[in-house]
Every structure is written in C-alpha cells, then in structure tokens.
Design a protein around this ligand. Structure first.
Ligand code: PLP
Length: 381
C-alpha cells in the first residue's frame, strides 16, 4: 500500500517490526563488529559499525522514504554524527578549485566551515541573495559546482524559489543542495522541486526532544554526489551512533503531530508580534506581507515553526526581552518540544549581517496562550 508519511512515521519508519524477533520497537544494535561463519560469510550487510549499522540503516531508510513521498524511490540517505558533519561531507565531495554559491542568509557555521576550513583546501565561495534569481545567476561562475540554499533561511526567514534556483544552478552546470533542517520533509521536499541533495540536522525537528546530535544527506542513490558522500561517511567515519539513531527514530514517530502544533503556535506568535507596538518587523513567511509569502505557499506545506522579529531599541532591548521570558527557554537550537528564544547577533561572528535587535523563536508544544502571554510580559516589562 502507498502509505502516507504520517503512517510510516508512526510505525517507526518503513521497516516494520524487527525481522529477527518481531519486536515492535526495534532493538538498538550496539555491536561494533559482526561475526562471519566458518566459510567467512557475513550474516547480512553489516561488517563493521563505521561502515554500516542496522539501527543507523533503519534511520537512513526512514528519512530517505520521507523525502521521497510518493515519488523518487531511488533516494538514499547517509547519516552523520551531527548536521555539520553532513554539511562537511557535501563540501568534501567537491573537487579542488570548485566554487560554491552560498545563500547570503544561512546557518552561520556553514559559512564559517567554508571560510575557515575549505578555502584552505582549495574551495572558493561567494554569497548571493537567492531570493533574487538575477542575483543568483550573476553569482554563478564557470567553476561553480554547487549552490547552497536554505529556505526559510536562518535567521531572517528569507524564501528561495527552489525550482528557479535549481534551473539556474543546472544551466550553469552546478548542483543545488538545500539545508532542509528547518522544514523537514513534511513541510517541504526540495528533491521534488529540482534540488540534487538535501541536508538535515536531525538534532532539531527529526529528533525533536533536544537530546541527540545527528545529521543526514539524502540524494538519489546512484548520483555521483551521493556516492562520494557515502564514501566520506564510511571512511572519514563521523557516523550517527546507534543510540542516537534509535532516539532519532523514536522522535520521528511523533514528528507529524509535533510539527502540526508547532506550526500553529508559530503562526499565532507571528500574528501577535506583528500587532505589537515594540516590534519593528516580524520575519515569518506565513504573514501576508512577507516578501516570500507567495512562493512559500506554493512550495511548502505550512510555513514552518521558526520565526524571528526585531525589537525597537536594538541589541540592549533584545537582550532584555530574551532575559525577561519565563516560558520561552533562552537557548540556542530549535525544533524541541520546548519553545526557545535567542538573541541571535551575539552568537554569530562579528561579520554577520544579522540585525542587532533580532530575536529568533523556535515554537514548541506549549499552550499558545502561555507563549503569547510570556512574550507580552517580556516586551512590556
Ligand atoms: C539550518 C541548520 N543547519 C545545520 C545546523 C547544524 O546542525 P548540528 O548542530 O546538528 O551540527 C543547524 C544548527 O543549528 C541549523 O540550524
């Protein structure tokens, strides 16, 4: 049967009960090595846990199936020890001398990784506003091999038209890779919109409980890019551990219901903030006035559960508002059951363009009235 993603997720991925025991919740395979029989044959695929582990494999299949939806069934997934290890594997798959066009508003560590690690190894990169197709085309060079997008972007929630970006990248002989951490495949599936690979930090919504680090790359299994990513995974070895893979799979069982409530809460918070006198600007693609609203409506299923806003009074006021919250936890990261607030500029490098008065919110699962009341008292205090 062609099952909906929610159904597959509720059953812990597509594998069904454990084949060996019938366990409905599959075991966590902690063994690092796998025995051979007298003839030297292995029992199944796994040889050694860096190369392959059944629990990690189950997570990889579940995420690849989720990205595929009802289409793209040749997708494969490689799971890593963190989101950044997955990002790293993509860049390590490029040739020396390759040029990367990076969206000008992305998770700042992606920029740091390129600038501080990969430039020394012969990659170059430049930044472009991917919300403007002309700016993207102007940034493409003969040696461009990769365009890196994040939509909605971090932390300004800029929206990139993925079909247009994929067309522009492909015409220039480059690949489009999308960091899809903020949306998960339930909200947006870039591979169906022309992207060549997606990257996830499983630390966020997929795990969903702020208790694991993980990452993944999903791409067509036969692609050169995926083959290289798999090689980086298995040889360099920054793999997702079995216990974290199990936690991620457990989190994914409730992903659909969590995201539904989190998206509703985010929309409610955006409406409240948009009407508050102390708020200069709200960045949330679900608002009619957001410049990317129409594209987001077209390519997303909902508008995500992240938003940011700028307060009048700059850094000092933003710091006071974050400090005044009692329900929102003042912490970095996103995607957990608890709502988080973060004064973003101080955690990013000084070169970052993030406005000093910007606060980023990750909407959790609390009652929306409590969240609104908390922001209200913090803004009015
Ligand atoms: C959009 C995005 N991509 C990647 C990462 C990195 O993920 P990890 O912390 O799992 O390495 C983050 C972390 O905040 C993120 O927000």
């Amino acid at each position: 049967m062609n099952l909906h993603p929610e159904t597959r997720l509720a059953h812990g991925g597509s594998g069904g009960p454990d084949a060996a025991t019938g366990a409905v919740t599959p075991p966590v395979h902690v063994s690092t090595t796998f025995a051979r029989d007298a003839e030297g044959a292995l029992h199944g695929d796994p040889l050694y846990a860096r190369v392959g582990n059944p629990t990690r494999g189950r997570f990889e299949r579940a995420l690849a199936d989720l990205e595929a939806g009802a289409g793209e069934h040749d997708l494969a997934c490689a799971a890593f020890a963190s989101g950044m290890a997955a990002v790293n594997a993509i860049f390590q798959s490029l040739e020396r001398g390759a040029h990367v066009v990076l969206a000008d508003d992305v998770y700042y560590n992606t920029r740091v990784l390129l600038a501080e690690v990969f430039e020394r190894w012969g990659l170059t990169f430049s930044e472009a506003d991917l919300t403007d197709p002309a700016a993207l085309r102007a940034a493409l060079r003969p040696e461009t091999r990769l365009v890196w997008a994040e939509t909605p972007s971090n932390p300004l929630l800029k929206i990139t038209d993925l079909r247009a970006a994929a067309d522009a990248a492909h015409e220039a002989g480059a690949l489009l890779v999308v960091d899809a951490t903020w949306t998960t495949p339930l909200v947006q599936r870039p591979l169906t919109l022309g992207a060549d690979a997606v990257v996830h930090s499983a630390t966020k919504y997929l795990g969903g409980h702020s208790d694991l680090l993980g990452g993944a790359v999903v791409a067509p299994g036969e692609s050169t890019l995926f083959g290289r990513v798999r090689r980086v995974q298995q040889t360099a070895g920054a793999v997702l551990g079995a216990r974290d893979a199990h936690l991620a799979l457990r989190g994914m069982r409730t992903l659909a219901v969590r995201l539904r409530t989190q998206q509703q809460n985010a929309a409610r918070l955006a409406d409240f903030l948009a009407g508050h006198a102390a708020v200069k600007q709200v960045h949330f693609p679900g608002l009619d006035g957001h410049p990317g609203h129409a594209v987001a409506r077209e390519q997303m299923n909902g508008f995500g559960a992240m938003l940011s806003f700028e307060v009048s009074g700059g850094a000092e006021r933003a710091n006071a508002v974050a400090g005044g919250c009692e329900v929102f936890v003042r912490a970095t990261s996103l995607g957990g059951t608890e709502s988080l607030i973060e004064h973003r500029a101080p955690v990013e490098p000084p070169s970052s363009a993030t406005p000093p008065g910007l606060l980023r919110l990750s909407a959790g699962l609390e009652h929306p009235d409590d969240l609104v009341a908390d922001l209200e008292q913090a803004l009015d205090g």
